[in-house]
Write a protein that binds this ligand. Structure first.
Ligand code: C5P
Length: 219
């Protein structure tokens, strides 16, 4: 990696899960540790980028030299990412909830003795990545992630086109040796030029390799 390769550029990274509150004590979340996004933000700052890290609820320490903005919900992440524009690069590594409760109950929802189940009314969240890629302040490079259990290539290419991305890093979840909560992963990075396989390797190493691809696209 070349220190200073991203000097003078502004890089915005989203990381971690989002929590969608159901009532004051419960939420809908997902199995994201935030490690990949934090490693990317650390690597971007090390290369001299002015780096904003929009972080969902995680227990990770802030990387050196990063402007961290903590959020909880998809709506808060959406607002924080848009507020961080304009930028040269956006890397959406967060596992944003696709649905959120239509209303948040003011008090703890009780189970009724002999009562039936609970039906939650969920509404879709905004697709932050797609919105950034179609924004009037669109960064020069918009990079997405795709965690897939099925056909990696077909799903990644579909997201690349549909969300109007420049690059997408896809990984398998639900398999041994990679994914959401692990320190290691394998990334299949798709762009107009084809695919490159990074890893299996620690997420810190993958972050460096991914930023090499980003820096090459910007030069
Ligand atoms: O469509 P899917 O959720 O699998 O796409 C994953 C990519 O889209 C990730 O880069 C994620 O950060 C981003 N995303 C987003 N906002 C959403 C859902 C996903 O930015 N509401």
């Amino acid at each position: 990696m070349s220190e200073g390769a991203l000097a003078g550029l502004r890089v915005v990274v989203s990381a971690g899960p989002t929590y969608e509150d159901i009532d004051p004590v419960r939420f809908i979340g997902n199995r994201s540790s935030g490690k990949m996004g934090f490693a990317i933000a650390a690597a971007a700052a090390k290369r001299g980028a002015d780096t904003v890290l929009v972080a969902g609820p995680v227990t990770l320490a802030s990387p050196a030299g990063v402007d961290r903005r903590d959020v909880r919900s998809a709506a808060q992440m959406h607002a924080a990412v848009l507020a961080a524009l304009p930028a040269d690069v956006y890397i959406g590594a967060a596992a944003v909830a696709d649905f959120t409760p239509a209303t948040v109950a003011g008090g703890k929802i009780k189970k009724r003795p002999g009562g039936g189940g609970l039906v939650l009314d969920l509404v879709p969240t905004a697709d932050i990545l797609a919105e950034v890629a179609s924004h009037p302040l669109r960064p020069r490079l918009v990079v997405g992630f795709a965690a897939e259990t099925g056909d990696l290539e077909a799903n990644a290419l579909d997201k690349l086109r549909r969300k109007r991305l420049d690059m997408i890093a896809a990984n398998r979840v639900g398999v041994a040796g990679g994914g959401f909560e692990s320190d290691d992963n394998t990334l299949h990075v798709y762009d107009a030029a084809g695919v490159r396989v990074l890893g299996p390797a620690p997420k810190t190493r993958l972050a460096d390799d991914l930023l090499d691809l980003v820096a090459a696209r910007l030069s």
